[in-house]
Design a protein. Structure first.
Lengths: 116, 146
């Protein structure tokens, strides 16, 4: 059941992205930026937390969850340090994703030659 | 020829976008990535005794590693050509944009090529993510008390 829910949610977000991509002249960069902002907005009232509770990994994978994780780290730190905490905790939860993306991208560029 | 007639002519010559086919492919590929993520979460929960929240991070790291590797092998770009948003909306798209930027600029050297160009495609996500989260974070902090 969890698999089906994850499949449907992740698929649905991609479907939305594809419709925007086909119908407008926006590039993938525009659309991913839009979805990150959307994820941060959905976290304003904790709606994205509900999505993660219901759809599990399906809600963690789309880029909207990046905006949500940024917000969550910031809000957790702001409880202790106030407004300054928003800046301090911003990367707390996304650190693993960004670090691994940089690391693996660097290693890949050392090993492989560009194909096209 | 007036402008309207010209626009109609251009529209006729443009290749027809297969909206429905693209949408279905994006849904299926995106869904499969979501299901794969769920499978990895279940796997890590059973192997390492993590709870679901803790298993999310290694799952994302695994998918990023796989996406980087596939980009290096040249497989990812072929897949992305068919799947469109199905591959660039999940976190794999972020990994792919960083890796392809790094690969393309490899010829310019490690520092001035890979180091400085790595974020040229994927950086927009981080920039807008942080600006949006900061603004909304301040709103939430001021009006809703965090």
């Amino acid at each position: 059941m969890n698999y089906l829910l994850a499949f449907c949610f992740c698929g649905f977000v991609c479907l939305l992205g594809q419709i925007i991509y086909d119908r407008t002249k926006l590039t993938p960069g525009h659309i991913t930026s839009l979805f990150v902002c959307l994820g941060a907005c959905l976290d304003l009232f904790g709606w994205y937390d509900w999505c993660i509770e219901v759809f599990h990994a399906g809600a963690l994978l789309p880029i909207t969850s990046f905006g949500h994780s940024l917000m969550h780290g910031a809000m957790a730190m702001s409880e202790e340090y106030g407004l300054l905490g928003i800046a301090m905790g911003m990367f707390d939860l996304t650190a693993a994703g960004i670090t691994s993306a940089i690391l693996f991208a660097f290693l890949t560029s050392l090993v492989f030659k560009p194909k096209s | 020829m007036d402008k309207q007639a010209y626009r109609d002519l251009v529209k006729q010559q443009q290749p027809k976008v297969p909206y429905l086919k693209n949408a279905i492919t994006a849904f299926l590929v995106g869904g499969l990535i979501g299901a794969l993520g769920q499978a990895l979460v279940t796997l890590y929960m059973n192997w390492f005794g993590l709870n679901e929240q803790q298993a999310g991070t290694p799952m994302i790291v695994t998918l990023i590693a796989v996406a980087c590797l596939l980009t290096g092998l040249g497989v990812f770009d072929k897949l992305a050509g068919h799947a469109g948003a199905g591959t660039f909306i999940p976190i794999t798209g972020f990994a792919n944009s960083m890796t392809s930027a790094a690969l393309e600029s490899r010829a310019e050297g490690l520092v001035s090529g890979v180091g400085s160009h790595m974020f040229s495609l994927g950086g927009t996500v981080i920039t807008f993510g942080i600006v949006a989260s900061f603004v909304i974070g301040v709103i939430r902090y001021v009006f809703f008390g965090g």
